[in-house]
Design a protein around this ligand. Sequence first.
Ligand code: NDP
Length: 237
Amino acid sequence: MSAITQKTVVVVGGSRGIGAEFVRQFAQKGNRVIAACRQPSQANEVQGLENVTLTQLDVSSPQSVEQWAGEVQKLASHFDYVINNAGIYGRRVGLSDVTYDDMLATFVTNCVGPLLVVQQLHKRGLLGGTSPSVVANVTSKVGSVEDNRSGGGYAYRSSKAALNIVNKSLSIDLAPDNVVCTLLHPGYVRTDMTGGAGLIDKQTSVAGLIGVLEDGAAGTRELQGTWHDYKREVVPW
Ligand code: NDP
């Protein structure tokens, strides 16, 4: 393991939950953190932290992604880590009541948004080049085809499965530019998304996920195009 410190880190969806914990732990390790929040003025958990700059981003809007990329370009010329964490579960509905709008809204935020974020940062020359960058897309094991034994969850499962294949293509397309694209599964974490239910707290989850990235930095773990959980185990596709 090689400690991640003195790097420039972007955390997308940094206002609450797992994202806010990424912001806190990366800042505590002495990194410069740019937190992208839909409503920075409401992001109480990360306001006023040392080494943290708040920026405004709604990943469900292409205009917002483009405008945000222009803003962060003024803050740094290279990002070492991008934690693409923003996500929604959507309405908890089943086969009989899932709608077209449920499917689209979840797909836009969980899959299209993260792709556009990477596209914009790459287009502006903020990723890779002489120094490597790591893009970590925060997915869910719920999007694993092999792991699905209970059905349902149409919008969320499919949006994360789509994010997984987006990550795979990014990992191939961006490898020549010195950009590593990896997938992280946080575990079942007590946050607003789970209504406070879960098996672990966000501190444990994020410490494990940063450990995965630190293994990658040490060269002891292949991150390119692969998928890991907070226990540092490989997740089945
Ligand atoms: P929360 O609901 O607690 O937090 C979600 C975060 O995403 C908030 O910061 C929220 O911002 C942000 N976000 C949502 N939509 C947008 C948007 N359009 N633009 C910008 N930011 C947005 O969820 P978690 O912390 O639990 O989840 C974080 C990630 O981890 C998600 O991708 C989720 O799918 C994934 N995950 C979570 C698991 C869990 O058990 N908790 C398990 C597996 C994966 P705002 O405050 O503005 O709403």
